[in-house]
Write a protein that binds this ligand. Structure first.
Ligand code: SF4
Ligand code: SF4
Length: 139
């Protein structure tokens, strides 16, 4: 954010209200299910950008003052210094995500596509600790 800037005021200091970091790309049911668990929580989203996976956590910075200004502007962390209204996501209007997952069902749908329905169901049954009962045995 800029110290005083019309655009930052107008945007409401979006970049000071969340943080985001890279996570491992999920490869199997367990890893997809961990992401499903993340997404069961308020304020969490996961996205893919240039093939890399990120988790975003909505959480207002404690240094943000009223009127959307920074209380430690002169000493703000390097991460904040990299963010400026000239080239931030807000002003570019393009977050450029390949995929955005906001709800548990979003990542489940994606995992079923990537792993395949059958593999997903089998892995889920195993992970949930249920024995698969064949149709023959059920009869
Ligand atoms: S740098 Fe961009 S996202 Fe951050 S407060 Fe300014 S306009 Fe908003
Ligand atoms: S330290 Fe200041 S610039 Fe950085 S996120 Fe917090 S309020 Fe925003």
């Amino acid at each position: 954010m800029a110290e005083t800037n019309e655009t930052c005021e107008e945007c409401g200091a979006k970049c000071c209200r969340y943080f985001c970091f890279e996570i491992d790309k999920p490869e199997d049911f367990d890893e997809f299910d961990d992401i499903r668990w993340f997404l069961c929580h308020e304020g969490i989203s996961v996205h893919i950008d240039d093939g890399d996976w990120y988790i975003s956590i909505e959480n207002r910075c404690k240094m943000l003052k009223e009127h959307n200004t920074c209380s430690i502007y002169a000493d703000r962390p390097v991460m904040c210094r990299k963010y400026s209204p000239e080239d931030c996501d807000f002003t570019s209007g393009d977050y450029g995500y390949e995929a955005l997952f906001e709800k548990p069902e979003d990542i489940e749908r994606y995992a079923r596509q990537v792993l395949g329905e059958r593999a997903y169901e089998t892995a889920r049954a195993k992970a949930y600790g249920r024995r698969k009962i064949s149709p023959k045995r059920r009869a």
